[in-house]
Write a protein that binds this ligand. Structure first.
Ligand code: ATP
Ligand code: MG
Length: 455
């Protein structure tokens, strides 16, 4: 099994001192500078080890919440045949955003921008009775949309990672309950990532249908203008428990005004939200849920039998989370002028160990190196993810790099630590520095383990 901790001298973590000119917003700048991503071509990014770790942690939280809610994970290919899109009638309508491909036999394929058609095909091949419903399938897979203006790094990419779920129900009433289940699971996903999601009534757009909410995180650099009641920011989705009434949760969360620009009604906003509670702000769309009934099941002929023996088209919805966009959204939400401040749940490592002796001809170097080596081994034994800065670099560069990378803690060990018999532990978020007696340094790892268990 892979050990949790790594030494920077053996790692691939190319940080940049200067701000890259192409990055217009802070998350893009920090993601490039902290060595999380590199651009391949416009809107397409490579994920380097540090960024890939964050991406996988986000993916895992999304997966856990979907599994806990009783949804089933599958994996559909990125490449799809054009026929199903011709059947649904979306092939021409989707326009230039769709990357169309021909194989060697001249067959029309495409790189999937979304999966309603494909999942309907999977469903119609195997499910024939209402008895097997409700059913919710999801996958976490790369999508391609040839956006006119890819920008802001991974926030609006052309190739991006999405979690998309699809629901199948026998009738509208049952589908409504499914919508509430997904709604509650989405609130928990974003809250576990450390964000404050606000569900907002949204337009259904090209996917069509009649019920839709966007999950928005407020941020100055968000692409959408949104309007909502300030009290929504005080709600805590982590209070939501598995057997809570999901319809009640939906009603509680949607009774206060919250709408994206397209759905905004100024009169209603002014009538229902007191002036001092009105928020007009920019927001990032991190998730979007739709109910669209039989929009795809009719043209793609996905039918099920009902208890009375008649047949009907299955009722469907689709539900997306922008997994790769979330990395950018998290950096937008959590940073300062020195760099990123990762929430513990998705930090690429739990703690940095900064060895101050590695560069100088420090007379204490042997002792400091041995102490650090010991801590490195201990972290591996205890299962704490530690990033050991053993590089032959100047102290100033090390401090700047670690503030930029933004792990929750920095454990700093140099001559001063040896003299005082205590290391310095810096909390990246608060800036508070604590002295930790060297003979009690395990307590730092214990604390981290406890904090992570509480998440
Ligand atoms: P947008 O309005 O931002 O263009 P959309 O409404 O077209 O997004 P959906 O089809 O609802 O997107 O996709 C589900 C989720 O996937 C979105 O809520 C968003 O988080 C993410 N997403 C969509 N397009 C992109 C993109 N180009 N780059 C990164 N993430 C994206
Ligand atoms: Mg959307």
């Amino acid at each position: 099994m892979q050990k949790p901790s790594v030494k920077m001298s053996e790692y691939f973590l190319p940080t940049l001192k200067e701000d890259p000119a192409e990055a217009a917003i802070i998350s893009h700048r920090y993601m490039l500078r902290a060595g999380l991503i590199r651009q391949s071509v416009a809107g397409i990014y490579h994920w380097l080890p540090l960024g890939f770790k964050v991406l996988k942690k986000i993916e895992q939280i999304v997966r856990e919440e979907q599994d806990n809610a009783g949804f089933h994970e599958i994996l559909m290919p990125t490449i799809q045949p054009a026929e199903m899109w011709q059947q649904s009638g979306r092939y021409d309508g989707y326009g230039k955003e769709m990357l169309r491909i021909k194989d060697r036999n001249d067959r029309d394929l495409l790189y999937g921008p979304t999966n309603e058609e494909v999942i309907t095909d999977i469903f119609r091949q195997s499910v024939t009775s209402y008895k097997e419903l409700p059913l919710i399938l999801y996958h976490i897979q790369w999508k391609f949309r040839d956006e006119i203006r890819p920008r802001f790094g991974v926030m609006r990419g052309r190739e991006f990672l999405m979690k998309d779920a699809y629901s199948f129900d026998k009738d509208d009433a049952s589908a409504e309950q499914t919508y509430y289940r997904i709604f509650a699971s989405y609130l928990r996903i974003f809250a576990r990532l450390g964000l404050k999601p606000i569900p907002m009534r949204a337009e259904t757009g090209p996917i069509g249908g009649d019920k839709s909410h966007e999950f928005i995180v407020l941020a100055e650099t968000g692409e959408s203008t949104v309007y909502c009641h300030q009290d929504l920011l005080d709600y805590n989705p982590l209070d939501i428990k598995a057997d809570d009434d999901k319809q009640q949760i939906f009603e509680d969360w949607t009774k206060l005004y919250a709408a994206t620009e397209d759905m905004h009604e100024a009169d209603k906003f002014n009538q229902t939200v007191p002036k001092d509670k009105q928020i007009e702000a920019r927001g990032i769309e991190v998730g979007h849920i739709f109910y669209f009934g039989d929009k795809y099941s009719i043209p793609l002929k996905a039918e099920i039998s009902l208890p009375d023996g008649t047949a009907t088209h299955v009722k469907m919805g689709s539900y997306g989370v922008g997994v790769s966009r979330m990395v950018g959204a998290l950096v937008e939400a959590f940073h300062d002028d020195k760099g990123i401040i990762w929430p513990q749940a998705v930090a690429p490592f739990d703690i940095a160990l900064i060895n101050l002796a590695a560069h100088d001809n420090n007379p204490d170097a042997d002792k400091i190196n041995a102490l650090c080596e010991d801590l490195f081994n201990k972290s591996n034994e205890m299962g704490v993810e530690l990033l050991y800065d053993d590089r032959d670099e100047r102290v100033g560069r090390k401090f700047a790099d670690h503030d930029l990378i933004g792990l929750p803690y920095q454990l700093i060990i140099g001559t001063k630590a040896l003299k005082n018999n205590s290391a310095e532990l810096k909390n990246r978020k608060t800036g508070v520095v604590e002295a930790i007696p060297l003979d009690n340094i395990n307590s730092v790892f214990d604390r981290i383990i406890q904090e992570k268990q509480a998440l």
